[in-house]
Every structure is written in C-alpha cells, then in structure tokens.
Write a protein that binds this ligand. Structure first.
Ligand code: GLA
Length: 383
C-alpha cells in the first residue's frame, strides 16, 4: 500500500509540475488522462461494489504484511478473523483470555477504517473442552454451561463493541443428517435448543448495536436450507434478537445452481433477515464434506478447462449478488489469494485448490475481471 501512496504522491508532484510549467493545453490533457488511468488501476473490488455491499476477507494476524496487506487494502473494506476469535483461541481456559491476535486485527480495522465481522461466538468446533467439563470431571450442568457461555459472550463482545459491527453468534447448529434437525453437539446435548436462543440474547445484551447472525454451510442446498429456514423462523417468531443469516458460500465450480441460490436468498430474506455471504470460495473440486481422494490422474493442476468453469461460476454468483442489491448486506471471501486457502488442507490434506479471485502470486485472475466488469444495477426507485 505504501507503494500506492508513493505513486499517488509522485503523480501529484508530476501533475503540479506539468500544470505549472507547460502552457500547452494538449500536454495538460495527457497528464490528466494518466492520472485517471492510474486511479482506475488502483480501484479494487470494494470500489466496484461500493453501491452494493461491503466486500470482506478472512484474515490472520500475519496477513498484514507484503502482498497480502496490499491486496487487503486495495480490495476489501471488511475483515473477518479466520480463526483467532473462535472460543478455543480467544478463551482457551475458563479464567484465561488470549487477546493479542484478535486485537491486532481489530486495531488494523480501526486504523484503516474497515468494517469487521466477529466470528464466531458459539460453535461445536474449535471450542476448548473446558466449557463442557464440570469440576469433578463429568459433564457440566445446563445452568452452568449457559452461565459460562454468557461470561464468554459478555467479555468478548464488550471488548470489540464499536469495532465489530456484526457477529456470527451461532455457527453450524443444523445437523447434516436430513432426518435430524439440530446437530447433536455437546452444546445441544447439555442445553437443548436453549443454547441458541440464549446466545443471541446474551450477545444482544452485550452490544445492542451489533448485527447478530446465524451462520451455516450448505445453506442453499434444499434439504439443509429448509431446516435452517425452520430454525430461523422459530427464532424470529419467538422474538429472539437475530438480525441476519450468513450463507457461508463454500461452493464449487459445480454447485450450487443459480436457481438454488436465488431460492435460498428469497426464503431467508422473506423472514425479514439480512442475508450475507460470509465465507465465499469456489473450489475446483466437487464440494464434499467427507474426505475424498485425488482426481483419477492424481493431479491437482488448475487446467484451462477448470479455470473457465470457475470463471463462469463466479460470474453467475456475482450476477445474482448484484440482483439482490439491498437484500445482501455483505460478502466476505474466505482467504485472500490462492497462495493460501484452508481448502489446501481440507478435505484432502496437501491437495492444492484455487478457489479465490487472486492467484498464487496475488495477481487478479480472469474471474476477477469477469466480476468487476458489469453494468450498474439501477436502483429500484430510479427511472
Ligand atoms: C467453517 C467455519 C470457518 C472455518 C471454515 C474452514 O466454515 O465457519 O470458521 O473454520 O469452516 O476454514
């Protein structure tokens, strides 16, 4: 980013010099043209989408260096900590919080006037075991679990009040088994559905201004979508303080279809909830929760055919996102560039994936140009 400022400064100095010294108006026009071209080059995703929604990215404390820092500042105006605010990291023991990593991200957000999403207060993974354990080593009571959860939510949400505008309060509470409703997690075993309701209530008490989200994956696949919808409707009907739903968006070059995506956004927004895409990436492999083998040819090459399929899929997703202007209130990518993605480790460790808009050298991919070249969607009340 420093480079950008240096370039802009240099450009300004050149412009002043030329304007001052040349009386020839043709020369002046040339300089003005270069200035606007330069500005055009520095435009990022966030600028193309400024009339639509903030564009965010999942980050780690070591993201604020080198090329990843430049990309963050050029393209994104919102951030989500990829891991460091999860309960296991930020609250590793009952009486110990670890703030350093999360504070680093919050400080960067404040310093650069970026929005920040908090992720995630209550989840069945990456949660310290201590929370479910009673002092005698057995399972904690429901009352004690909810009290511990309240302490966690109060402490974490209060600390970032005014910086974090939206929280993923409950993450992935719906079961993957179509015959089950809520996931049989320890949260559920001990506290039943109350853990969800209480989490939203406690978060609202801690920061009444924060937007509170339920967040899940496979949220546009019909059978899971319907169960997520059922949960959300139950929360809304009971006046639980929930503001929105996060569709994670761990998608692939194969799924979901445009029709499924539109239907899911329509259903969720019909409940009066904000809808955000919170963890977007477009895998070059079919999405599967379970571990799968390498391709038959053992290759993880990003072939021109796969690249084209990804370009087409990204284009379709963004066409739909723009159609839902005013309904979609945020879009966040899960990681910065193909140089590093969690999908390089999951579900097959060591199988390279290329799911983002920037390549392994942090350069824009063709999909980037495809999603940034579009005609503005007119506002509904405009002629
Ligand atoms: C889920 C979680 C994220 C992250 C991804 C994998 O989607 O919500 O926090 O752990 O899995 O990186």
């Amino acid at each position: 980013m420093k480079n950008i400022y240096n370039n802009i400064n240099l450009l300004l100095i050149c412009t002043i010099f030329f304007v001052g010294c040349k009386s020839n108006s043709e020369e002046n026009e040339k300089v003005v043209a270069t200035t606007s071209e330069e500005q055009e080059q520095e435009k990022g995703l966030k600028d193309y989408y400024s009339e639509y929604f903030p564009v965010g990215v999942a980050v780690a404390p070591n993201s604020f260096e080198g090329k990843s820092k430049e990309l963050i500042l050029q393209h994104y105006n919102s951030m989500t900590p990829e891991n460091v605010m999860k309960m296991g990291e930020i609250h590793p023991e009952q009486n110990r919080y670890y703030w350093e990593a999360a504070d680093k991200i919050a400080n960067f957000a404040r310093e650069h006037d970026m929005k920040m999403r908090g992720h995630a207060l209550v989840w069945h993974q990456q949660t310290g075991d201590w929370i479910f354990k009673a002092e005698d080593g057995g399972q904690v009571s429901k009352e004690e679990l909810l009290q511990r959860m309240k302490n966690h939510i109060d402490t974490v949400v209060s600390r970032y009040k005014g910086t974090i505008y939206a929280w993923d309060v409950v993450n992935e509470a719906i079961s993957d088994d179509p015959d089950e409703f809520l996931r049989k997690s320890e949260w559920y075993d001990i506290a039943g559905e109350d853990f969800i309701i209480k989490a939203f209530e406690y978060a609202h008490e801690a920061d009444p201004e924060a937007k509170l989200f339920y967040n899940d994956y496979n949220a546009v696949i019909p059978e899971k979508r319907d169960r997520i919808y059922k949960l959300l409707k139950m929360l809304v009907d009971r006046d639980v303080p929930i503001d929105g739903v996060g569709i994670q968006g761990h998608w692939s070059i194969i799924d979901p279809s445009e029709q499924e995506l539109r239907k899911a956004i329509d259903m969720y927004s019909s409940l009066g909830l904000d809808v955000q895409i919170t963890e977007l990436d477009v895998s070059i492999y079919p999405w599967e929760k379970e571990r799968r083998e390498m391709r038959e040819d053992e290759s993880d090459e990003f072939t021109p055919e796969l690249q084209q399929q990804q370009v087409d899929k990204y284009k379709m997703f963004f066409d739909v996102f723009r159609d839902y202007k005013g309904v979609l209130t945020g879009l966040t990518f899960w990681n910065i560039a193909d140089a590093y993605s969690w999908l390089d480790y999951y579900p097959v460790e060591g199988r390279k994936n290329y799911p983002l808009l920037f390549d392994e050298d942090y350069e824009p991919k063709e999909a980037y140009y495809e999603v940034t070249e579009f005609e503005e969607t007119p506002d509904e009340n405009e002629e």
